[in-house]
Design a protein around this ligand. Structure first.
Ligand SMILES: Cc1cc2nc3c(=O)[nH]c(=O)nc-3n(C[C@H](O)[C@H](O)[C@H](O)COP(=O)(O)OP(=O)(O)OC[C@H]3O[C@@H](n4cnc5c(N)ncnc54)[C@H](O)[C@@H]3O)c2cc1C
Ligand SMILES: NC(=O)c1ccc[n+]([C@@H]2O[C@H](COP(=O)([O-])OP(=O)(O)OC[C@H]3O[C@@H](n4cnc5c(N)ncnc54)[C@H](O)[C@@H]3O)[C@@H](O)[C@H]2O)c1
Length: 473
């Protein structure tokens, strides 16, 4: 059968663009279908980029506010400037990643919402296009919890918060996951009175528990965190949103000028009419195998829509894997064991592999855990930024199974451990790598030294070494 294209990609976000650009550069004929007027997806328009621009602007404001204090009027003015930084950052990146750039690569772009007509045919607007292989990269959207009255009040999500024109005096945030926590702290730094309502025992429940609790304590200096809190109802009271909740056994109400819902994500699959192509879904996401193929072997799914790990760098990694599988017919597999992520709070949180609880459950007595508090590391002491910890877990031979940190700049300096792991090197290797003093990553060689200290001073060898030194040296 003849097809219009060798490859059709649905969705022009991080995952879809990686596939479309990769396939086109190797000579495939490619159609890219994106329903929005611009490409870039959530990361560029409602996610990574606007949130990081806001966090940076807000952090600078916070430093000024701590040193000199700011009036309400100054905060109002600064808020507008911060929002301007956000839209400028999006525009700058958009101009690099424009539709024209992809058209110049030879890709045909359709601005429509795609739906499957059958397993090789997509309806795009009034047209039908056929493709030998299809990649679904439709991303995810915010979930809305079933809370009484939510449909009767105005509320923000990550898709609308970056359009705020005026500084809210107060903000209630439902959900203490990554989105809720990053945006809450940024808003608090911009002079907004913020309260997070989280239903679990602590915020950031996917993080290492010790680090999540440390983060919760630090965040509580800027804003109010309420955990084990169930939101029962929301309603309007004048121009305020009134949130009724139960915290443990205590019932309460809190009013705020804005409400942000940050309770998780759901895959964008409804508009695709996957049933027409016979593609299986599981718990609202597209089911894929290790090669990122759906049950229909010529249809692949990458990024947030397959429910693996909702990060831009994962969508990119999966996109590259699909290029090698769909374009070259290779059997490349994805693995998620070496995927790090960073939470851009102040200070930052770095996460790689298993948490301490997960690692203990998996490796039991074989597990070694090395921890250094930042208050014991010179650069952090010098900078007066001693809140935080580095924690690395290894098997008894030093093979890294998990690495976590909470500390200023941790997202950058901790990646040294990620690189070591992906090069299949043992953690103790870092002990012999010379780190310039007093760079922040000295805390890593300091932590790796603990491995040798443990081996040399707490093992049966210690007696023999001491005997040898006394006798012969
Ligand atoms: C506030 C926030 C901050 C974040 N910060 C980070 C961060 O710092 N680092 C990080 O790694 N990740 C971050 N993420 C996650 C990251 O944004 C996502 O993991 C990433 O965007 C997923 O890429 P994707 O290609 O799967 O989907 P998307 O980028 O969402 O792209 C999907 C595209 O498909 C289009 N589409 C959907 N359905 C159809 C259809 N039927 N037809 C045509 N087009 C369609 C959509 O319009 C969209 O453009 C953040 C997320 C949020 C919400
Ligand atoms: N820095 C980054 O890389 C970054 C930043 C933002 C988002 N992201 C990605 O986006 C994903 C989604 O983040 P998210 O924060 O939206 O989701 P999430 O699933 O990480 O967190 C949602 C939180 O809301 C809580 N919750 C759910 N319903 C609730 C209710 N009714 N009342 C109170 N609390 C409730 C959950 O217990 C959870 O803690 C992340 O997992 C991450 O992969 C990444």
């Amino acid at each position: 059968m003849n097809y219009d294209y060798q490859l059709a990609v649905i969705g022009g976000g991080a995952g879809g663009l990686t596939v479309a650009a990769g396939a086109a550069s190797f000579g495939s004929s490619v159609a890219l279908i994106e329903q929005q007027s611009e490409v870039g997806g959530d990361c560029l328009h409602y996610g990574c980029i606007p949130s990081k621009a806001l966090i940076q602007a807000a952090g600078e404001v916070n430093v000024t506010a701590q040193q000199a204090g700011l009036t309400e009027e100054q905060y109002n003015y600064i808020f507008k400037n911060a929002m301007k930084c956000v839209s400028e950052a999006i525009d700058d990146i958009q101009s690099h990643d424009s539709k024209q750039r992809f058209i110049d690569m030879g890709i045909d772009i359709y601005q429509h919402t795609a739906r499957f007509e059958d397993e090789h045919t997509l309806q795009v607007g009034q047209e039908f296009i056929t493709a030998k292989r299809i990649v679904i990269a439709t991303g995810s959207s915010p979930t809305l919890p079933s809370i009484d009255g939510l449909d009767t009040v105005p509320y923000l999500t990550n898709e609308s918060i970056f359009n705020l024109k005026e500084r809210p005096s107060s903000l209630v945030v439902i959900g203490g996951g990554i989105v809720g926590v990053e945006l809450s702290q940024a808003m608090a730094h911009l002079g907004v009175k913020v309260t997070i309502l989280e239903k679990s025992d602590h915020i950031l429940s996917n993080e290492d528990t010790e680090i999540a609790k440390m983060a919760q304590n630090i965040l509580s200096e800027d804003l109010t965190v309420m955990t084990r809190t169930q939101v029962n109802q929301v309603e309007l009271a004048g121009n305020q949103v009134c949130v009724h909740f139960t915290e443990g056994n205590h019932k309460g109400t809190i009013e705020a000028s804005q409400l942000l819902v940050a309770t998780g994500r759901r895959a964008n699959i409804k508009s695709l009419q996957l049933g027409n192509a016979g593609v299986d879904t599981k718990e609202g996401t597209i089911q894929v195998d290790h090669h990122l193929r759906t049950n229909k072997k010529h249809i692949y799914a990458v990024g947030d829509c397959n429910g693996s790990m909702p990060f831009t760098h994962v969508a990119g990694m999966e996109g590259k894997t699909v290029v090698s599988n769909a374009v070259f017919g290779l059997p490349s597999k994805v693995s998620y064991e070496q995927v790090p992520w960073v939470i851009y709070t102040s200070p930052e949180i770095y996460h790689l592999g298993l948490t301490e609880l997960e690692a203990k459950a998996k490796y039991g007595h074989e597990l070694l855990t090395f921890k250094t508090l930042l208050e014991d590391s010179d650069r952090f002491i010098a900078e007066r930024n001693t809140s935080g910890i580095v924690k690395v877990m290894t098997k008894s031979n030093g093979k890294i199974v998990g690495a976590h940190a909470f500390g200023v700049g941790a997202g950058e300096w901790m990646q040294e451990v990620g690189t070591l792991q992906s090069l299949n090197k043992k953690f103790q290797t870092l002990s012999n790598v010379i780190h310039p003093y007093p760079a922040r990553n000295n805390v890593l060689s300091q932590t790796a030294d603990l491995y040798w200290r443990d081996k040399l001073f707490n093992s049966k060898w210690n007696h023999a070494i001491r005997w040898y030194v006394r006798k012969f040296r």
